[in-house]
Structure formats: structure tokens, C-alpha cells
Write a protein that binds this ligand. Structure first.
Ligand code: HGY
Ligand code: MN
Ligand code: MN
Length: 422
């Protein structure tokens, strides 16, 4: 932190407008609004396209430049005095889970935009350009895997594979993406892996700790690792009335035993640190009088310890085969992200800004995954958490307080000025 930026950082955080930030959340929540007050704004859907269009309107009104890359990631740029310097980048995602909340992801996009606006309102010059990003398809609910936009941005060789991914209705990602980018004609093209000086992501905690500890800011120390699998159980459709047990290849019965075996494996720790979720379970043909011939389901396995991720994850195949009964089982690992730790430049800047601004804070580890996990591989990265009500997320009743959202944006604005002028 050099002396000249301290007042600039303070001016920037003071210029954060709580009401403007809150209203933008209200405006965005209209896209995909669901009955219990949440959103269903899945990646590259009509709702996502509308949200992107509104965001582009706000960007244009502000006079910032808008860029889009080949996987649909959006970048808003506020120029710096050194146009050749790599930008200080902040952002998150606009897409949601099918029964998502009004803050998961979108808060990080709007906090980043609010930081750029506040810095602009305060008339602060920064050496490095400042950018706000909206990463495509973080949630992975419609197109798997999640964190797709930030993954491809940092690993461009994965683009072709991702373009071919299909959703449950058979829509190919490439086609949904074409419609999405066509709806933003004014956005300039941005190449993948354009250098980034550093990345900061603001996000609701999606857990109960900050609220319970009465802290406004979480200085995030890292993100736990994850391994995700698709398990396919292939049996044989048969008549429910005429087929004796001895002749059945019942994919559902086998799948149920497989899940029971996996629960025995993953529910190993009494400290309840390991996370194991079967979130999607598809039975075909899903007809009451047909013995199910095909079942597929997902495994979302997470743990902060690399050795546990390896040890337990490597046993999935064996447990599936051991419980296959008369069916064939196919195990595909769809994603593996090791645990990461945020130390150094960005984490220190977040702590310093939080202390300067005097917010009650604590260090906190993230159980949820974020785009920051991929940016971590290409530049110094860190995260800022703010509380959400009762820690509830991936749920329509997800809620957060305007003052907490603004506090996170104030810390972010101060950090961005600090890092852009160091
Ligand atoms: O699943 C996650 O951790 C993130 O919220 N998509
Ligand atoms: Mn999120
Ligand atoms: Mn999420």
C-alpha cells in the first residue's frame, strides 16, 4: 500500500452507493424470478440473455467498454493511465441454480461493477485498468461442468469440448452460446487468457459462520477441493408384471445399492467435514410398469484435504462395480479441482482494506466452489465474503442485507484502487 492510494481507496469506498447496488439486485432478480423469491436463471437461457442485456445497458450508460469472449464471458473495462498494464479484475457469475437465490454469483458481478462506478464517481485515476467480469455458466446446472467460463478462459484448449456439451433437452452449448452473444452486438471481442494482473471475487458466504460470529466481512483463506462424477447404470427395460426377479437387470435397484455403498464410504468422518451429494438422479424410461433399464446420477464430492479427495475419490469405481448386480456400470469423472489457499498479495490487500474500513471481520475457508478457483492458476487471487441469512443458499429463500452487500463492495473498491496503483 503506497501512501497516495490510502485516501484514494477511502474515497472510492466512500463513493459506493448502497441504494444503487441494492436496486441493481432487485432489477436483476426479475430475470428468472421464481415463486418463493428466488431465481431460475440458468446459463445461456433466455433469462440469462435478458440479464446480460440489462447489464450491457448499464455499462453503456456509464461509458465503460464491454467485451465478450468465445465462451460468453463478459468484461467491463475502466481504463487506467497505463493502457498496456494488465487489469485488476473482479467479478463472479450471473447464472443461477434452478431454484437459486437472488445473490449467489450476481452479487460478485454487481459489486465489481459498483466498485468501478464508485471509483469513477470519486474521479480516481488508477495506473492499471480496472475490469469487472461475469463468467459464463458457473453453476453447471444446465451444462456440466460448472465454472465453465473461467475454466475455458484459463485453459482455452478446453473450449471445443465444452462447446459440444448438451443440456437435458439436447440443446448443444454452442447453439445456446451463439444466441447469447448475438444478443450483445455492441460487445467487443476479447481473446482467452488475456493477461490479468490479479483477481478478486466478492460473494455471499453461502454458509452460517459470518452471521453467527457477527462478522461483516470474511477474508477468504481458500476453497475446498472437489471431484465430480457421472455414474451410468445400464440394465434392461422389462415388463413389471411378467419379468421374474431372477431375470431382471433392474438399473434402479442396482443404483440404489451403489448409492448406499457410496454413502458408507463418504460418511466416514464423525467430524462431518467430507461432503457427498447425489443431486441429480435420472431413471429411464421412468414409467410405473417398466423395470428401469437405465439410470444415471451425479456425485458431488468435496473435501479440504487433497489426500482425502484422492483416497475416497479413487474408491468410487470399485464401489460402483461391486454393487452393479446384473447391470453394467460406467463411471466418468467429470471434474477434479484441488483445494487452494489464498495467501499473499490479494488476501493481504483484502485484510488491509477491511481493517482500514473498520469492518468486523474474520478469516474463513470456502466450502462452496467459485470461479476464483480457476483464476488462481493464472494470477494472484483472493475473495471477499459477506454474510447471507442463516447461511442458506442454492435455495429460493437465499437472502442478504443491503448494508452487508455495500460493505463488501466498499472493501472491494478500496482493494482495487490499492492493487491498481501499487
Ligand atoms: O456448487 C458450488 O459450490 C457453487 O455454488 N456453484
Ligand atoms: Mn456462486
Ligand atoms: Mn452457486
Amino acid at each position: 500500500m503506497n501512501e497516495i492510494t490510502k485516501p484514494a481507496g477511502k474515497q472510492a469506498s466512500a463513493a459506493v452507493n448502497e441504494q444503487r447496488l441494492w436496486q441493481r439486485h432487485v432489477d436483476m432478480a426479475k430475470f428468472g424470478a421464481t415463486p418463493k423469491g428466488g431465481v431460475n436463471r440458468q446459463a445461456l437461457s433466455a433469462e440469462d440473455i435478458k440479464a446480460r442485456a440489462l447489464f450491457a445497458e448499464w455499462v453503456a450508460k456509464r461509458g465503460f467498454e464491454l467485451f465478450v469472449d468465445e465462451i460468453g464471458n463478459l468484461f467491463v473495462r475502466r481504463p487506467g493511465t497505463d493502457p498496456n498494464a494488465a487489469p485488476v479484475l473482479s467479478g463472479s457469475h450471473m447464472d443461477s441454480q434452478p431454484t437459486g437465490g437472488r445473490f449467489d454469483g450476481i452479487y460478485g458481478v454487481l459489486a465489481a461493477f459498483e466498485a468501478l462506478e464508485a471509483i469513477d464517481d470519486a474521479g480516481i485515476k488508477t495506473k492499471r485498468p480496472l475490469e469487472a467480469a461475469a463468467w459464463t455458466n458457473e453453476e453447471g446446472a444446465r451444462f456440466a461442468p460448472g465454472c465453465m467460463g473461467s475454466l475455458v478462459y484459463t485453459k482455452p484448449d478446453r473450449l471445443q469440448q465444452m462447446l459440444q456439451v448438451k443440456d437435458a433437452q439436447g440443446t448443444v452449448l454452442k447453439d445456446a452460446l451463439a444466441a447469447t452473444t448475438a444478443a450483445l452486438p455492441k460487445a467487443k471481442k476479447r481473446a482467452f487468457a488475456t493477461p490479468v494482473d490479479c483477481f478478486i471475487e466478492a460473494h455471499i458466504e453461502q454458509g452460517p459462520i459470518l452471521e453467527a460470529e457477527k462478522k461483516t466481512i470474511g477474508v477468504v483463506t481458500g476453497i475446498q477441493g472437489s471431484r465430480r462424477f457421472k455414474i451410468e447404470v445400464i440394465g434392461q427395460d422389462d415388463h413389471a408384471g411378467t419379468t421374474p426377479r431372477a431375470r431382471r437387470k433392474d438399473a434402479l435397484s442396482a443404483a440404489v445399492h451403489i448409492v448406499a455403498g457410496l454413502e458408507k464410504l463418504f460418511h466416514w468422518d464423525k467430524e462431518d467435514v467430507t461432503r457427498f451429494t447425489v443431486g441429480r438422479f435420472v431413471v429411464e424410461p421412468n414409467a410405473p410398469s417398466v423395470v428401469p433399464g437405465y439410470v444415471w446420477f451425479t456425485i458431488d464430492f468435496r473435501d479440504p484435504r487433497l489426500e482425502i479427495l484422492d483416497k475416497l475419490g479413487d474408491q468410487v469405481e470399485g464401489i460402483c462395480q461391486a454393487n452393479a448386480r446384473k447391470c453394467e456400470v460406467k463411471v466418468t469423472q467429470t471434474n477434479r479441482t484441488p483445494p487452494i489457499g489464498f495467501k499473499g498479495l490479494v488476501a493481504d490487500a483484502v485484510l488491509a482494506a477491511t481493517q482500514r474500513l473498520g469492518y468486523p471481520h474474520m478469516h474463513i475457508f470456502s466450502g462452496a466452489g467459485h470461479d476464483a478457483q480457476h483464476l488462481f492458476n493464472i494470477c494472484p487471487t483472493g475473495m471477499i465474503f459477506v454474510p447471507c441469512e442463516r447461511g442458506i443458499s442454492h435455495n429460493e429463500i437465499e437472502n442478504a442485507a443491503p448494508a452487508d452487500l455495500a460493505a463488501g463492495a466498499r472493501v472491494l473498491a478500496d482493494v482495487m484502487v490499492d492493487l491498481a496503483n501499487r
